[in-house]
Design a protein around this ligand. Sequence first.
Ligand code: GTP
Ligand code: MG
Length: 730
Amino acid sequence: MGKRKKLVERVTTLLDKPEYIRNIGTVAHIDHGKTTLSDNMVAGAGMISMDLAGKQLFMDFDPLEQARGITIDAANISMVHEVDGKEYLINLIDTPGHVDFGGDVTRAMRAVDGAIVLVDAVEGAMPQTETVLRQALREGVRPVLFINKVDRLINELKIEKKDMAVRLGKVIDNVNKLIHGINEEKYKVWKVDAAAGTVAFGSAKYNWAISVPMMKKTGIGFDQVFDYCHSGNMRELAEKCPLYRAVNDMVVRNLPSPLEAQKERISNIWKGDFNTPVGKAMLACDPNGPVVFMVTKIKMDPHAGEVATGRLFSGTLTRGQELYISGTVNTNSIQQTGIVMGAERVEVERIPAGNIAAVTGLRDAIVGSTVSSLPDMTPFEMIRHVSEPVVTVAVEAKNMRDLPKLVEVLRQVGKEDPTLQITINEETGEHLMAGMGELHLEIVAYRITRDKGVEITTSPPIVVYRESILGAAGPVEGKSPNHHNRFYLEFEPLNTQIVEALKEGKINMKMEEVVRRNILIELGLNKEVARNIAGIIGTNLVINMTKGVQYLRETMELMLEGFEEATKNGPIAREPVQGIMAKLVDVKLHEDAVHRGPAQVIPAVRQAVQAGILMSQPTLLEPFQNVYIQVPQDQMGGAMAEIQGRRGAILSMDTEGDTIIIKSKMPVSQMFGFAGAIRSATEGRALWSTEFAGFESIPASLLHETVSKIRTRKGLKPEMPKPSDYLKVV
Ligand SMILES: Nc1nc2c(ncn2[C@@H]2O[C@H](COP(=O)(O)OP(=O)(O)OP(=O)(O)O)[C@@H](O)[C@H]2O)c(=O)[nH]1
Ligand SMILES: [Mg+2]
């Protein structure tokens, strides 16, 4: 039997033994060594040679990832490891660290039960470490800690032997502080602890690692590790303490099997009834229960079509099954079921509950779909991404004849990557692609040509804006074209807590009225207002304060449509509207339904909202990023100048030895070209990273200039419109 076939057979045998399965992911700040660590595990499982572990970067199989030296897509692998003479199936997802690809981390956390959190021993816990921990804990995913690059601590930082344990202890403390800050309850059971075996220390590049249990077994402690590193004899250390063994032991002993995990985790991600057969089957990880499969990734395969990868929480997947997809009415039939081994997909006949599976045939599924054998399955909670698209580019086909294909390809890439927003600008016929950052869009654009064969050109990246209001106005009268219907609306801004809750989907129209009301009151909304929510449109609220108006109920849908039209493309510059509340205070409707149809109601409300926004101190919101910079003291001036020259604000400054850690916040519009600028301003000595920090109002002095720039780009007249452009004011 071939070696590969044997590997597949060992994996297949274990698919049925959930107590011997661990579904895990690597998560960390960029470059802390996730893919290098994954290599060690892959080599430990006999899938690549030990000599190549840490060099091949097996999970970065896209040539683009190899060329750029970063992970772009989360990649899966199923492999077998022996611990204490027993075989375990480890389904590992190696996630990217770059913030532009953070969506992949969020989605991977839905599929796994445990996470190896890596921290570079020299850099310590970084902002993205906190973000990924937050993503893991929110999904009920248990962390263990791997402190990587310990060789650098000794050979580059040249710390002394006696300081090593203290230094590593500090990293552990910092990670625990983060866990504590994110979830105090979970911290009590999930804090990482070297003595308990939930921390390992090592060097993924040089293939060695130790943990307290390993030290006890091998007799090799920090002192010896120091000597091995110091004398440049890490090869021998790797033979005595191979990384994969320390890490596998830690994973198998401390991270939960799907049997244990599903009991705890499902209530985090599913709000259905646990007394139903399907609820019980998921808690029990029952292969004989109804099929419940959550899609966490979709990828186009040139031969097999769309491949949906995800976590099977109940039942068994096999070819030919007819399954219901949440949000659609049709069933799709499974064509192939398989497991993933890096770049390859291996077909297996059936996949039982508790595994990560890759299937074809689910045409109607999107990332986040709940796929089930039950027609009325309560879907899983939506996967919420931590950032929003902040930059956009216009995409054009180089050859006119490729235009229809481009539309199809854009639809596909939008399906594969839910953090990408594709829109068609109807006025100009432009196709717009909005994403997490410049790099995100650059990679998608490159792949459209490389993988989908459509030559395209893209415009330089532009920041995404939102429209909002700072003041109040009204009542504003909206009159229907036939003059028989009148709507009176008042406007005011929503507070940021409410906007955040709307973004996160914590408040929606599907939830019970009293639950929604109570949340809104808690977030600061007036009681009377909170009781009368008529609709939630994006991050905006429509309130009905009228009493006993005849025919209003049947007209409400149309009114909400008018509101949606006005807020999807706002009146200031046709950007989406965020954070406004429109209160309907009076309505006059024609008694004959014929005279209050869509053609009357929709434009009347739309125009009232458009004018109302322009009357309530209109503003543009622009995206901000937190920017964290670590820089030696003597280079601090250069870094500060870069922040201040870009409308940045310093949030805090801390000193750690010779290093200054600056936390700042900058508008994304000022960040273009930052990488090169900070490098030359600090002689390349600054380490920096960013994260999404929400939308905020632009300075009043920049409003008109910015509005006219956006409007000109869209082929609109440059001046900001006036309320009277939309209606007559009462
Ligand atoms: N000295 C040293 N370098 C390491 C170690 N582990 C990884 N590296 C190096 O760190 C760099 C980043 O390693 P990767 O494994 O690609 O890091 P990553 O976390 O997967 O990066 P992203 O996926 O892009 O976030 C590479 O140049 C590695 O060779 C280590 O233990 N010691
Ligand atoms: Mg990587």
